[in-house]
Design a binder for this molecule. Structure first.
Ligand SMILES: [Zn+2]
Length: 176
């Protein structure tokens, strides 16, 4: 269901109600993400669920999905990077509480009564999905150097002749 999402929410109240917020957000409305995109026309889908775990920790489950259009760092053409991620955040008051969390929970620092900017949370998660140097898969890239083209054809030859792998392994040290 598409909801009008508030920018800031009270996580304590939402957790008591076991609330789920679900919706879509325009990529060009995310000030840190948008400049990294080749085109920021699209949207990201998100689901946020608030609750408490058995130890009464306030837990936010966040799922985001988007197809981000990035610039390939090799051929400078656009490429689509699919981001689908889920994270379990636990609200903590300080670094000591953060250190006590089991590793499946990510600490999120918040003071009691403080409101949370959920758009920022969604943006953080999308930013984590962007590789530091995005590139097409070699075979999809528009700029294949001669060496890469050569390597591709060598891979194809291997399918015909399994013994070529042995020769390749022996020659491997010189490849890099
Ligand atoms: Zn490319």
């Amino acid at each position: 269901m598409l909801q009008r999402i508030p920018d800031r929410v009270d996580p304590w109240r939402l957790a008591e109600q076991g609330e789920t917020l679900e919706g879509r957000i325009k990529l060009d409305s995310l000030p840190r993400l948008a400049p990294l995109l080749a085109t920021a026309d699209g949207e990201a889908a998100f689901v946020l669920n608030f609750g408490r775990d058995r130890r009464r920790r306030l837990i936010i489950r966040l799922g985001v999905g988007a197809e981000l259009v990035l610039e390939c760092q090799r051929c400078l053409d656009s490429m689509v990077q699919k981001v689908e991620s889920e994270v379990c955040l636990a609200l903590v008051r300080d670094a000591m509480e953060a250190g006590q969390l089991p590793k499946e929970l990510e600490p999120l620092l918040a003071r009691e009564g403080e409101y949370l900017d959920i758009v920022e949370l969604i943006e953080d998660e999308l930013l984590l999905g962007i590789p530091s140097s995005p590139r097409h898969e070699e075979r999809d890239c528009n700029r294949q150097t001669d060496a890469q083209a050569h390597r591709l054809s060598a891979t194809e030859r291997k399918e015909d002749n399994p013994f070529a792998i042995l020769a390749d392994l022996q020659a491997g040290e010189n490849d890099n």
